[in-house]
Design a protein around this ligand. Structure first.
Ligand code: ADE
Length: 457
């Protein structure tokens, strides 16, 4: 593979004699040639730029000088005589520019398969646009790329970055090709996990114990979880680009912890926040649709409908949302409401019917018992971690909303609703008692469950 770099600062590229790239050049795996653009000028001042048509600041690099240089570099690499290349070589004209598309690892893998990469380093306001247009039009592959959303003084640093990123992917360059797959922006689409070496304790910071445990399975899981966490914190766009087949059950549990659910096309960020007054209708519709799911099968449909009309109407939700003692949270997935919770904070001294106060008061002070009246998830999102996200955020919101030394959150759920009971237990709730719950005339047996929402102060 051959790189030709055309620049007004050939001195910039002495760093390419060093390290892996330097070694690869010595071993003949890659060839790198730098050329001074001014060698193709024809005037005494060796002029490479001129003022922009249409006005504006700065200078633009001249297309005629560039084209002479590129033609010669192409000719020198491929032989001047047509037909001398039996296998058509893949030549790419790479132009670093802040207005290019951001360079990706995928681009580098692709360029590593090219035979010849010519890098045209612009300075000033850039190269006359007709240079890229002309070579593209003449059938050459033209690749305009940016190193990132900031402006450098010229393309030289970006050219060095490209040579280094592409050259290390050329077969034979890196001893262990597997390491290329694992690193950040490798095939698994995540940032790399943090790495450690000796000493095991450095300035009071220990190496995570799992890494010295010798348990390869645990190490792999730990690394994967850290990679997911890092990618969530730094590059959520990369998480959103994963596909479901890249994620196992434990990945999905970790993602749920980080606030993501995995839909049919891949991970989607969940946003949980307080319902807005304008959302009363949408939440009441969801509540009306999902309340029957929480009822035992023998319940009369007219009783269910009556309960919904009396407790879960749009007017009811408008009141709940406006009332500071009601906390209505909605979980949005892809902008759509996918679940909600409704918590009722009691006034001082008030105890909700059925509240398991006695079971929880283990000290002299009565704990504050916040009643989690509803917690519903759209069926399509059940079993995907949305419940865990919403319950966690609900407990956090309750703790933030009330000022009490000891807060318990409790709820009642039908004794036959095994799915809900399992989900609450998984979230840390414990069964603390039973209550009767009336829907119409019918009395239902509920289990009551509770969890401590804050640590005692
Ligand atoms: N030239 C100037 N700024 C640049 C950038 N951000 N990326 C590539 N080339 C550039």
């Amino acid at each position: 593979m051959r790189f030709d770099i055309v620049t007004v600062f050939p001195e910039f590229f002495s760093s390419l004699d060093l390290s892996l790239v330097g070694k690869a050049r010595e071993r003949g795996l890659i060839a790198v040639q730098t050329h001074d653009l001014r060698d193709w000028t024809t005037d005494v001042h060796r002029t490479v730029d001129d003022s922009p048509f249409g006005g504006g600041a700065g200078m633009v690099m001249k297309p005629d000088v560039w084209a002479e240089a590129i033609d010669d570099v192409v000719g020198a690499a491929h032989g001047e005589t047509p037909g001398t290349n039996e296998v058509p070589a893949r030549t790419v004209l790479a132009i670093p520019t802040p207005s290019g598309a951001p360079l990706t690892q995928g681009d580098c893998w692709d360029l590593a398969e090219a035979d010849h990469v010519i890098i045209a380093c612009g300075r000033y306001e850039g190269i006359d646009a007709r240079v890229a247009d002309y070579y593209r039009g003449s059938g050459m592959e033209v690749f305009e790329y940016s190193l990132g959303d900031y402006v450098l003084n010229g393309g030289e640093v970006a050219a060095i970055a490209l040579v280094e990123a592409v050259a290390r992917l050329v077969p034979g360059m890196v001893g262990n090709p597997e390491s290329l797959r694992e690193e950040s922006h490798g095939e698994h689409g995540l940032l790399e996990y943090p790495v450690y070496t000796r000493p095991t304790t450095f300035r009071g910071h220990d190496v995570p114990a799992v890494l010295t445990s010798g348990d390869h399975g645990k190490v792999a899981r730990w690394r994967r979880d850290r990679a997911l966490e890092r990618t969530d914190a730094r590059r959520p766009d990369m998480l959103a680009a994963l596909t479901p087949d890249q994620l196992d059950k434990k990945d999905r549990a970790k993602l749920a912890e980080l606030g993501w659910v995995v839909g049919e096309d891949g991970p989607l960020a969940v946003v949980v926040d307080e319902a807005q007054p304008a959302e009363a209708e949408a939440v009441s519709q969801l509540a009306g649709r999902l309340f029957p799911h929480a009822c035992p099968p023998d319940m009369k449909p007219e009783d269910v409908a009556d309960f919904v009309a009396k407790n879960l109407s749009e007017r009811d939700f408008a009141q709940y949302i406006a009332d500071p003692n009601h906390l209505v949270l909605v979980a949005r997935v892809d902008g759509q409401i996918a679940g909600y919770s409704l918590a009722i904070i009691p006034e001082a001294g008030q105890v909700h019917e059925g509240a398991p106060a006695a079971a929880l008061a283990d000290g002299a002070d009565e704990p504050l018992l916040v009643y989690l009246s509803k917690m519903y998830i759209e069926p399509q999102w059940r079993g995907k971690g949305l419940f865990d996200i919403l319950i966690r955020d609900t407990l956090e919101a309750i703790t933030a909303a009330v000022d009490a030394p000891e807060i318990f959150v409790w709820l009642g759920t039908n004794i036959g609703n095994k799915r809900a009971i399992r989900a609450y237990k998984r979230a840390g709730f414990e069964i603390v008692g039973e209550r009767e719950f009336f829907v119409g005339e019918q009395v239902n047996k509920d289990l009551t469950l509770a969890i401590r929402a804050n640590m005692p102060q």
